[in-house]
Design a protein around this ligand. Structure first.
Ligand code: NAD
Length: 351
């Protein structure tokens, strides 16, 4: 049994990780989260009263609050997920990305170092990052391995790359027992409706256009969020300190292919929402491309497969079916977000 301090545990991936840890392990979890627009306390409703779970509203930029949390909880492990995570927002307003992703990570590294200065024996700091730091692949390039150089292009990717370098420096300089995971695009339940897959499902159900950047031919390597969670637990429990592990789902798809698959599923599962159209595919539109848009990301996860015996359980076909069904069954959840005037307007989803 470990005492695990998780940052950003009210977010999409953090909440899935905490549901798993509390339901399937004996670990004690302290979740610290600033509760930004992306926080979803309802995603933890099934476990929030469990005696192994506690929550504190803390901004990782507040070193005083972090210090108190470390002193009172005494974690054996930290899993760092708190971040600003949406590329379009990073282009519109990069400041929060610099504050949270870079300075916040610095604060957390320092707090961990202070807390574990007497002895870091058995302690672990797992930093959760993204494949976007490696930049864009050409069609013929091999998928990213842990040896790829960093070429971040968006403010989001640059802020995550900076945080990754800080983590590596804190390991090499101060012997902080760090592990790093670089994961590809996740999808699944409770993903905030500004991200591609939920946005398309919800727009389709509202008979709104399904806007794809450029020609929709950008390639992403999709991983079901629960497979990511299982990989994080493996790395935390069995990974070698100082190492990086790439996590991916062997699921390279163009954005257009993803949206077409969603439409085919909705044509079957949500016929009642087809108002005067034959298929949801008729709603697909193409818009001006995002500045600096990376063409292709793809992960080679053979290291984590060979060293830690992890591989994804979900195919894209099974995962996307589960996800579409989840959004159909949880309209109340996403309607609440759309009914928040600011979020609704931002997402262009106000009726
Ligand atoms: P998310 O945006 O859904 O959640 C982020 C959480 O962090 C939110 O609950 C938010 O309130 C919290 N947070 C933000 N700023 C904070 C601060 N200053 N102090 C404390 N809490 C703060 O993000 P996600 O999709 O769950 O991603 C989690 C992590 O995984 C991020 O570090 C992201 O870079 C990484 N990642 C995400 C993906 C993906 O596809 N979503 C893929 C690879 C890696």
């Amino acid at each position: 049994m470990k005492r695990i301090l998780i940052t950003g545990g009210l977010g999409f991936i953090g909440s899935a990780l905490i549901r798993h840890l509390i339901t399937h392990t004996e670990h004690k979890v302290l979740n610290i989260d600033k509760e930004t627009y992306a926080a979803m306390p309802e995603a933890l409703a099934p476990i929030e009263n469990n005696e192994n779970y506690a929550f504190e509203k803390i901004d990782i930029n507040s070193d005083e609050s972090l210090k108190k949390a470390f002193t009172s909880f005494k974690p054996d492990a930290v899993i760092h997920l708190a971040a600003e995570s949406h590329v379009d927002r990073s282009i519109d307003s990069p400041a929060e990305f610099i504050n949270t992703n870079i300075l916040g990570t610095y604060n957390l590294l320092q707090a961990s170092r202070d807390a574990w200065s007497f002895s870091s024996e058995g302690k672990r700091f797992l930093h959760v990052t993204t494949d976007e730091v490696y930049g864009s692949l050409k069609q013929k390039d091999k998928p990213f391995t842990e040896e790829n150089k960093y070429y971040p292009n968006s403010p989001y990717a640059a802020s995550k790359a900076s945080s990754d370098h800080l983590v590596s420096a804190w390991h090499k300089t101060y012997n902080l027992p760090t592990l790093v995971t670089n994961c590809s695009n996740n999808y699944g339940p409770y993903q905030f409706p500004e991200k591609l897959i939920p946005l398309m499902i919800i727009n389709a159900l509202n008979n709104k256009p399904l806007p794809l950047y450029g020609k929709g031919n950008q390639i992403r390597d999709w991983l079901y969020v629960e497979d990511h969670v299982l990989a994080l637990v493996k790395v935390l429990e069995e990974g070698t300190v100082g190492e990086t592990y790439n996590i991916g789902g062997y699921n390279e798809k163009t954005n257009l292919e993803v949206v077409q698959m969603i439409c085919v599923l909705l044509d079957k599962l949500a016929q009642d929402s087809l108002n005067n159209i034959g298929s949801f595919q008729e709603l697909i539109t193409f818009t001006t491309d995002r500045p600096g848009h990376d063409q292709r990301y793809a992960i080679n996860p053979s290291k984590i497969t060979q060293k830690l015996d992890w591989s994804p359980k979900e195919s894209f076909e099974s995962g996307i079916h589960k996800t579409v069904q989840w959004y159909l069954n949880n309209q109340q959840w996403w309607s609440r977000i759309l009914n928040d005037t600011y979020q609704g307007q931002r997402l262009g989803l106000m009726k």
